[in-house]
Design a protein around this ligand. Structure first.
Ligand code: SAM
Length: 265
């Protein structure tokens, strides 16, 4: 299975979320929405919604007039999300199965007309676009006046402890994995935001994820885009040595949120 196809596997995503959520020091979803304001009547376009990690929290903040249009390439992820958003909240949710690379045609096919959204939100997905600047431009074109864009993703030394062990097992991390984890937010999102919006607020956080057993680390890695079954014995041997010495494995998630408002004319 290729890196790209693993990126859209909803079952792998659910496993990774579970491994991080159980062991993270800071609740990522709480951290995001303590900062990113959601108004009850907001019309929200969420890109790369996955299985609803952030969608459900946004739905909870809306009244009957608010709406989340949740877009993802994976039909399975959208089905999982729709299953979780049961009851009244499902009335505020519209799912769109489409690629970031055909954002506007997909929204038009679904009946939306510009300007439609108060907020475009994307967490841990924009780097899957073939041209992220172009996707951001498209997103901006769908914003109502005073609309805002929020992008969340990793940066800098994110995942460095896990990456070091993966590389020590003999794996060469794909350039796409390294650049999306380390450089994408700083080199693509922040400069685009600064040019396009008068107000840009950046929040950062270092979130230690403390895995208590080798099985937890292994399960996370096996569900990533950079798993390599051929290197599993080498990885397990390194893990065993690490746990014998330290008793736990601490992987730091470096998180950045860029909130943009007041689009420049
Ligand atoms: C790392 S997950 C993030 C999901 C969710 N935002 C979260 O933080 O839990 C990335 C999501 O992007 C989706 N994705 C990958 N490539 C895509 C593309 N080209 N267009 C739309 N969605 C894509 C995947 O299917 C997956 O659900």
């Amino acid at each position: 299975m290729t890196t790209a196809s693993r990126a859209t596997q909803a079952d792998l995503l659910e496993q990774r979320i579970a491994e991080n959520r159980q062991s993270q020091e800071v609740d990522l979803v709480a951290w995001i929405f303590e900062r990113a304001r959601i108004n009850p009547t907001d019309q929200i376009l969420e890109l790369c919604c996955g299985t609803g990690g952030q969608t459900l929290r946004m739905l909870d903040s809306l009244d009957e007039n608010g709406r989340v249009v949740a877009l993802d390439l994976s039909a399975t992820a959208l089905e999982t999300l729709a299953g979780k958003a049961s009851g009244e909240k499902s009335l505020n949710l519209t799912t769109v199965q489409a690629s970031l690379d055909e954002l506007s045609p997909a929204l038009e096919r679904s009946g939306f007309r510009r300007p439609a959204f108060d907020l475009v939100f994307c967490a841990y997905g924009l780097y899957y676009s073939q041209n992220a600047r172009s996707t951001l431009h498209e997103a901006r074109n769908w914003l109502k006046p005073h609309g805002r864009i929020v992008v969340v993703g990793p940066f800098g030394p994110n995942n460095s402890q896990l990456f070091e062990m993966v590389e020590a097992s003999g794996i060469t991390l794909a350039e796409a994995v390294v650049s999306s984890s380390r450089r994408f937010m700083l080199e693509t999102v922040v400069p685009w935001a600064a040019l396009q919006f008068a107000t840009v607020r950046i929040s950062t956080m270092v979130n230690p994820v403390r895995w208590a057993t080798p099985e937890r680390v292994l399960n996370y890695w096996q569900n990533t885009t950079f798993y390599d079954a051929a290197r599993k014995p080498a990885f397990e041997a390194l893990l065993e040595r690490h746990f014998a010495k330290h008793g736990q494995f601490v992987n730091e998630k470096w998180v950045m949120m860029v909130e943009m408002q007041d689009a420049r004319s």
